[in-house]
Design a binder for this molecule. Sequence first.
Ligand SMILES: [Ca+2]
Length: 492
Amino acid sequence: MTTPRTTRKSVPAAATAVALGAGLLVAVAPAPAHAAAGATLPFTSVEAETATHTGSRIGPDHTQGTLASEASGRQAVRLNAGQRVQFTVPRAANAVTVAYSVPDGQSGSMDVYVNGQRLDRTLPVTSKYSYVDTPWIPGARTHHLYANARMLLGRDVRAGDTVAFQATNVQVTVDVADFEQAPGAATRPSGSVSVTDKGADPTGQGDSTQAFREAIAAAQGGTVWIPPGEYRLTSSLNGVQNVTLQGAGHWHSVVRTSRFIDQAASSGNVHIRDFAVIGEVTERVDSSPDNFVNGSLGPGSTVSGMWLQHLKVGLWLTGNNDNLVVENSRFLDMTADGLNLNGNARGVKVRNNFLRNQGDDALAMWSLNAPDVNSVFENNTITQPNLANGIAIYGGTDITVRNNLIADTNALGSGIAISNQKFLDPFHPLSGTITVDGNTLVRTGAMNPNWNHPMGAVRVDSYDSAIDAQVRITNTTITDSPYSAFEFVSGS
Ligand SMILES: [Ca+2]
């Protein structure tokens, strides 16, 4: 949610037991066997605190604004120069992504060792994308203390091999590492229009904006091919409709821009897949469209297999996005939301995505101007949203939140919030049936400094109006919550 949050009156504890509204039905059913929660992911994560190391373990901690509190598992390993953390590789891999933090204002690199042998390549680390301040949000402190860095190892490693990272010239706190087998580059689809045929520079030096625009115009009804390489765009694309944008895989085709698509309307049939969009967003400016997609992709569109990083928001969706599917993508290090259906979403499905280190709600529906209707967040894995909720449903009609895995929320956040907090008008409150089924919540919920009481792992919240909807919460698994598992909050 990238609107300012109003300061909430402290609610006396006794008031939370008051009935929320005449139409509210809450069913907490026993848990039968059900599908495993979360996304099916191509990588396996290993926590640094479970690895061997010569540094010092920090945490566990749930205090707002601390490195340990923002860490996956609420623990991490701090390395001073010369110290290392060594992971036992859990699966065949040739690539690794490391979540880390370095002190504010600093940057450097870590040496990388495979089975004790130092690689020629190093892993750069920087504080550039961390330490986000949002003083207009009451209760916020400096947050977003981590960032992610990825690398191809240049060789294959097997389960049981070791990969170690050694701090060299800066203190590094290592949180978690993802090991995976990155596939080779895909080949160009026949009949496609390559951006390089239109003059795009795959070295990342030249400005490829115009080449992308020309390729999209030339490929109407067909496919734009983004070959392996890095492409720098200096302004956003618009008028994108009736076209497929396809890369060779997100490890191979990388677009460097903080604003990829910015358009209020589209006739739709836009398909975006298999490349990375990595921005340079270091602050959060709510009036700027520093997003992968800002606005509308039009009806019948899809986003799949994308790597999205260092943006403000992944997808901030308004206008017509009927039946949009967003799937199999990774959202890392946004300074605000991962994805927000900002009203008027119809039949949107967001499924099987991985979201780590968002600076606000990881996945949100906010029914502003027009309701979000018949839309679904399912089988997503969400970890470490460091301000606000894992999943937040602010209003809307017939919404489903199913089989998601959410872990390690921080200040101002629940694992899942079902809320009539409106933020702005015209707001469309919860109506119809709100299905919350099969979700797993690990260490979610946090103290809210504005309320002076905690937010629970699952929060049903009649903040601005009574809830006149059926809210069905079933088959929920909640473990290690620092505060309440379920919380029902009356209005002010
Ligand atoms: Ca950790």
